[in-house]
Design a protein around this ligand. Structure first.
Ligand code: SR1
Ligand code: MG
Length: 402
């Protein structure tokens, strides 16, 4: 880390000028740091014609907490390499990486700032009809092409080693699977839902199922995951979507990526009870979200099946019964991880605007209780929910708590 130094806006400007062919030496470049994420510095560098690039630099600590939480800057390598791998497989839905510098832990990438970040757009009540089918395509292709269906044993183990990412995985292991189920100091719990949070700390049946999901997260290297597919990691427009922020990438269970996105669509669904006062508009937005959830799974399952049937290289896995079993497992895992995402975003360290932006505290508490109750049901019932329609029925019949 000897050559590492934290970028100023001027460093970011020079870095963007030197790497990539977007800018000329004669350009008047402006750079500003605008990152509001949990971990990194993010600069936008722009010339006088309005052309722009993003420079992202990993800090040697977690930005949201400060220097008391040291964090490897190798996460920039993981992020760049996952995005480059996924970008080769699915360029239309992966942000383009133009340059990566290991010593400075910095990446130059395309600027998608003319699009919306999905989370904010959903909070504002926007709809993107193509989102689910495009994300299904991204997930099916990136996960299939980095799995044992395609890679041989030697290639796969080399890749698993390259993407071990122990420090960032530890964050997920703690924040996703441990903290919400005990009285951890990292948790952030609104007073009004403290009784429901306490129930999680004593719910042995739930904790046993979360332990199974955590064990799989630790020991099921099925494919190269993005590792953090929440709605703040997706840029959208009416026609397109692209995924950013792959620093949590590693070889893990396929259902973790699918489930993270499902969980975020469900968080948006839960938040609608408090964000949208007009009942007709709320129902319309919630119908849209449920439709996207259905399409996400149906399209993912159909594309992944098609890929298994036509592009499997390992003969043992060409067996069609095995392939059906595999997909059924992915659905159960996805539902379980979606449940964990709902719970950890409600009582854990990292909250989401879908719930936080509800101004009325009592209403917010009801939405949070809904998210917790739904998360619990998804985790406990995941093996009995064998179709996506069953999941949708569960969501629609779950009462919004008092
Ligand atoms: C300390 S990092 C908190 C959360 O932000 C990231 O985007 C991941 O979701 C992580 O769990
Ligand atoms: Mg992120």
């Amino acid at each position: 880390m000897s050559d590492y130094q934290t970028f100023t806006a001027d460093d970011a400007r020079l870095f963007a000028l030197t790497h990539g062919d977007t800018f000329r030496d004669s350009d008047q470049l402006e750079a500003e740091e605008f990152g509001d994420g949990n971990l990194n510095l993010v600069f936008r560098v722009k010339n006088q014609q309005g052309r722009s690039l993003i420079v992202k630099q990993a800090l040697p600590y977690a930005r949201c907490v400060g220097e008391s939480w040291p964090l490897t800057i190798d996460r920039a390598r993981i992020e760049a390499e996952v995005l480059l791998r996924h970008g080769r497989i699915c360029p239309q839905h992966t942000v383009q990486v133009l340059h990566y510098d290991a010593a400075l832990a910095a990446i130059v990438m395309e600027d998608l700032g003319q699009w919306d970040i999905l989370r904010g757009a959903l909070v504002a009540g926007k709809q993107f009809p193509k989102l689910a089918s495009q994300m299904a395509h991204y997930l099916a292709h990136t996960l299939f092409h980095t799995s044992d269906f395609v890679l041989n044993g030697l290639q796969k183990k080399t890749e698993v080693a390259r993407f071990l990412n122990p420090e960032l995985c530890l964050i997920t292991e703690d924040l996703f699977f441990t903290d919400p189920y005990c009285n951890h100091e990292r948790n952030s719990i609104h007073q009004a839902i403290l009784p429901q949070a306490r129930e999680l700390w004593h719910d042995e049946a739930l904790q046993a199922e979360v332990a199974r999901l955590k064990a799989d997260f630790l020991s099921k290297p099925q494919a190269l995951l993005h590792g953090d597919v929440h709605s703040g990691s997706i840029f959208v427009s009416a026609e397109q979507c692209k995924v950013i922020d792959a620093e949590f990438g590693f070889y893990g269970p396929v259902g973790f990526d699918v489930g993270s996105l499902l969980g975020n669509l469900l968080l948006s669904y839960a938040g609608q009870f408090g964000l949208q006062e007009d009942a007709a508009a709320r129902e319309q937005q919630q119908r849209y979200l449920l439709g996207q959830i259905e399409t996400l799974w149906q399209d993912f399952a159909s594309e992944f099946s098609q890929l298994m049937q036509t592009q499997t290289k390992e003969s043992s896995f060409a067996n069609s019964r095995y392939q059906s079993f595999y997909l059924q497992q992915v659905l159960a895992d996805s539902i379980g991880y979606a449940g964990c995402e709902l719970i950890r975003r409600t009582v854990g360290l990292a909250h989401v605007a879908d719930l936080e932006q509800i101004r009325n505290e009592q209403l917010r508490a009801r939405c949070e209780r809904f998210a917790l109750a739904l998360g619990r049901q998804l985790i406990l019932q995941r093996h009995g929910l064998t179709t996506i329609q069953q999941l949708l029925t569960l969501v629609q019949h779950l009462p919004i708590p008092a």
